[in-house]
Design a protein around this ligand. Structure first.
Ligand code: CAO
Length: 415
């Protein structure tokens, strides 16, 4: 069976996390992703957070599967000529260099357009146009400037960054969508275009419910589903909401059996309005069903702390998995707090291909996250990340270089 992006050739100048997540996704959909790396060094993450001496790190291997690796010195005159040829014959160039690096290399948008008007040039940057456009940005900076940190954590503590890499992987996802959209438009126009995904914008897009809340707060001065209501004051900016659900259905994280010793013996519980009666019956508070203080979603809002404390008395007597099984029988939305250890051994995630074990020639077997997007006509087969420069000769031959030419490029230090 063919793949959705068969025939799309991608010149992948990405490094670290944001860009590589994007190109890995495109590779999973069948694009030929040629990762261009610095001669002798490669992507800096090959050696960051290493757990096995001299083997590519998990940081690298988990973000660069299904790609080919070419080494090329794009500052060497011979290397620049190779790059020109590659640009002429590829569909997309993806990069997440610091602002201006591509131009300093001599390959700004105008130059690339001259070489190949059909080329799509896709970039991750920290900020979009404006006062910070020249700044370098990493994950947690993006979380801070995109609105996530100020709205995450508890009211009595400092801002908190989340473990979900919404700045890096989140922006990589945004960029991937931009690229396939530009490829689709090129079908009609025949022209390439620039695609920009700024990390600040990507994080804000994922935090849009908090911008919604800012406007509600500006108008009414209160947000009744936030834990600050009814006893604490609201300031003029959206406060940190702890584990409140953030949606129209109240939720909170509740202790389960074993919480004293197991940091993940908790469950997320949603007191969804349509199943309120069942919740009351299950926890033995049937009198709440007819009580006007608890009967409607609005009347319950000032009592949420008390309600969740009462539900917690029920969850604390069960393991998170037992609680989940019972609550699901009553159609009550909930989810156990799963540790990474539990996720790593989850059979259903392995069966669905969301967690995959891959064999690597240097590091042996490693686990990686497979394609979270499943296409019925374009199944993903996850393959290992390439060794540094593993495909240099093979790729250059495909771009028309003879063995002798490849040898002299190597002597010149261009590859
Ligand atoms: N051959 C020759 N030179 C190469 C090369 C190659 N194949 N690949 C890269 N280089 C050069 C670049 O041209 C650049 O040189 P100049 O500074 O002389 O122009 C240099 O390597 C370093 O590139 P960089 O500035 O992108 O790298 P950095 O480590 O200094 O910064 C980062 C890293 C991530 C902060 C920066 O790239 C950035 O802000 N990127 C945009 C935002 C982003 O993606 N952040 C997410 C990072 S975590 O996923």
């Amino acid at each position: 069976m063919g793949k959705a992006l068969d025939g799309v050739r991608i010149l992948d100048f990405t490094h670290v996390q944001s860009g590589p997540t994007c190109t890995q996704l495109l590779a999973w959909f069948g694009a030929d992703v040629i990762k261009v790396e610095r001669v002798g060094a490669g992507d800096i993450t090959r050696e960051q957070l290493r757990d096995i001496p001299d083997a590519d790190s998990l940081y690298f291997t988990m973000l660069n599967g299904n790609k080919r690796s070419v080494t090329l010195d794009t500052k060497n005159p011979h290397g620049k000529r190779v790059l020109e040829r590659m640009i002429r014959d590829c569909d997309v160039l993806v990069e997440n260099f610091a602002p201006g690096a591509l131009e300093r290399m001599g390959f700004g948008w105008e130059r690339i357009q001259t070489l190949n008007p059909r080329m799509i040039v896709a970039s991750v940057k920290g900020f979009g146009p404006g006062p910070y456009e020249d700044c370098k940005v990493y994950e947690n900076v993006a979380q801070c400037v995109g609105g996530a940190a100020s709205t995450t954590g508890f009211d009595d503590g400092p801002p908190v960054v989340t473990g979900a890499q919404i700045g890096d992987s989140g922006t990589g996802l945004h960029l991937a969508l931009g690229i396939v959209t530009a490829l689709f438009q090129r079908e009609h126009t025949g022209r390439g275009q620039k695609v920009l995904a700024a990390m600040q914008d990507g994080v804000l897009n994922l935090c849009r419910v908090k911008l919604r809340d800012q406007q509600r707060l500006d108008r009414t001065g209160v947000m009744k589903e936030y834990p600050q209501y009814p006893n604490d004051d609201f300031g003029d900016a959206v406060p940190r909401a702890g584990n409140a659900s953030g949606g129209g259905q109240p939720g909170w994280i509740l202790k389960c059996k074993g919480w004293e010793t197991d940091p993940n013996a908790y469950i997320y519980f949603i007191a969804q309005a349509p199943v309120w009666e069942r919740i009351c019956k299950l926890i033995g508070r049937e009198e709440w069903i007819g009580d006007p203080r608890y009967a409607t979603p609005n009347s319950r809002l000032p009592h949420l702390k008390e309600i969740f404390a009462e539900i917690e008395r029920w969850t604390m007597n069960r393991t998170k998995f037992d609680a989940m099984a019972v609550l699901n029988r009553y159609d009550i939305p909930c989810g156990p707090i799963l540790s990474m250890k539990e996720i790593a051994s989850d059979e259903s995630l392995r069966t669905s291909g969301t967690i995959v074990e891959v064999e690597h020639p240097v590091r042996g077997k490693y686990l990686t996250v497979g394609n979270p997007i499943k296409l019925s006509d374009s199944p993903t087969e996850v393959t290992r990340s390439p060794l540094l420069g593993e495909h240099t000769d093979e790729v250059l031959a495909e771009f028309g270089y003879s063995n002798d030419e490849i040898r002299s490029l190597r002597v010149a230090g261009a590859i």
